[in-house]
Design a binder for this molecule. Structure first.
Ligand SMILES: Cc1ncc(COP(=O)(O)O)c(C=O)c1O
Length: 350
């Protein structure tokens, strides 16, 4: 048991997200000092069963497995860091990208690494715009997402979130955003409406949104395989196939935000596999680095990558980078996590 420091909450310099900052001035935030298995322990030694694995990140629990510690030590001993940009990267980063691309439900996948889920979604929005401009479709900027969804904390990804409070209190520009219903048959189905009728109603809403706006102005539809912020409700039967069929018909990219649902959260390695979704691109984060290291990725299909290559012909280089993306320590951890998933047959136990 640790002895609690006599901390003056007024003096806490750490600005906490999603917290009542006025209340924190009056009482200390819960301060966690230790983790073990599925438990975390506060500064008084009180234990908590962390059923959400710290915002769905610590997929393998707390307390580093020896194999992970060894992988970290080995990578730091070999090469602690080298930037992945300016035509260079690391052997471990290449190996991790290769391993991931063979696992995701996307053809000819390429991996653009980031350090947070917000970055992964933000980068993807940015490169979708890059593609549309190269195609000469400069008006194709709008993105559809679902009310009640959450996709990150940057200016672009917060606007993608489907809660007006995320936009309005920060004065975010949502002119390029369109919002449709979150599928929730249990709470939003009408009296007497069957699941199939409910899915048809949501499909009609999506079609109406696309046609009223003009499909030529819409780039992508961001969707979570299972939405977490609206209550972890699995989509109704037939919903994903209808959404896929509609986006394909109108030439709109379907993006799976797998930042929560990736890496076993829904029983398969990816939530898309669980709900029968075949997205054009997907984004990963959180459990990707097991919370041992911040890692994320935008996974893009071969067609989008071809456009990035064409962009280099036009601009001389792909004008995007992020210093720590593809960090070799994170890549070494990511590889080890995938190995543990396989060796311990973890998916069979979820
Ligand atoms: C579905 C989803 N997408 C994106 C994000 C943003 O990820 P991060 O907080 O790592 O930036 C979150 C975070 O909770 C999320 O739940």
């Amino acid at each position: 048991m640790t002895t609690s420091p006599e901390r003056n909450s007024e003096a806490i310099r750490h600005v906490l997200g999603v917290s009542n900052l006025r209340a924190i001035r009056e009482s200390n935030p819960l301060t966690i000092c230790r983790g073990d298995g599925a438990y975390i322990f506060d500064e008084y030694g009180k234990d908590y069963l962390d059923a959400s694995s710290s915002f769905y990140c610590a997929g393998l629990g707390y307390g580093c497995q020896q194999e992970i510690l060894d992988a970290i030590a080995e990578q730091i001993g070999k090469l602690s860091f080298c930037v992945s940009a300016s035509s260079r990267t690391t052997d471990t980063t290449i190996e991790f990208a290769e391993r991931l691309s063979g696992l995701v439900p996307i053809d000819n996948a390429r991996i653009l690494f980031g350090c947070s889920g917000s970055e992964a979604n933000d980068f993807l929005i940015k490169i979708l715009r890059y593609r549309e401009i190269l195609k000469g479709e400069t008006n194709r900027r709008k993105i559809i997402s679902r009310r009640g969804g959450y996709h990150g904390g940057t200016i672009a990804t917060a606007a993608l979130g489907g809660d007006p409070d995320l936009h309005e209190s920060f004065g975010l520009d949502t002119a390029d955003h369109l919002y449709v219903s979150q599928p929730d048959y249990f709470n939003s189905g009408l009296p007497g409406e069957t699941e199939a009728q409910y899915v048809s109603r949501l499909a009609d809403e999506l079609i109406r949104t696309i046609e009223d706006t003009g499909p030529e102005k819409i780039s992508a539809f961001f969707i979570e395989p299972v939405n977490f912020s609206s209550g972890f409700l699995p989509p109704p039967t037939g919903y994903m196939s209808r959404m896929s069929e509609i986006t394909r018909r109108y030439g709109i990219s379907l993006i799976a935000d797998e930042i929560v649902t990736g890496f076993g959260r829904t029983g398969a390695l990816f939530g898309s596999d669980t709900v029968g979704l075949v997205p054009d691109c997907l984004t990963l984060g959180k459990a990707m680095g097991g919370a041992y290291f911040p890692m994320s990725a935008a996974v893009i299909d071969g067609d989008l990558y071809d456009w990035l290559e064409r962009g280099s012909d036009v601009h001389g280089a792909f004008g995007h980078a992020s210093t720590f993306s593809g960090h070799p320590i994170g890549a070494a951890i990511g590889l080890k996590i995938l190995e543990i998933f396989e060796k311990q047959n973890l998916l069979a136990h979820i």
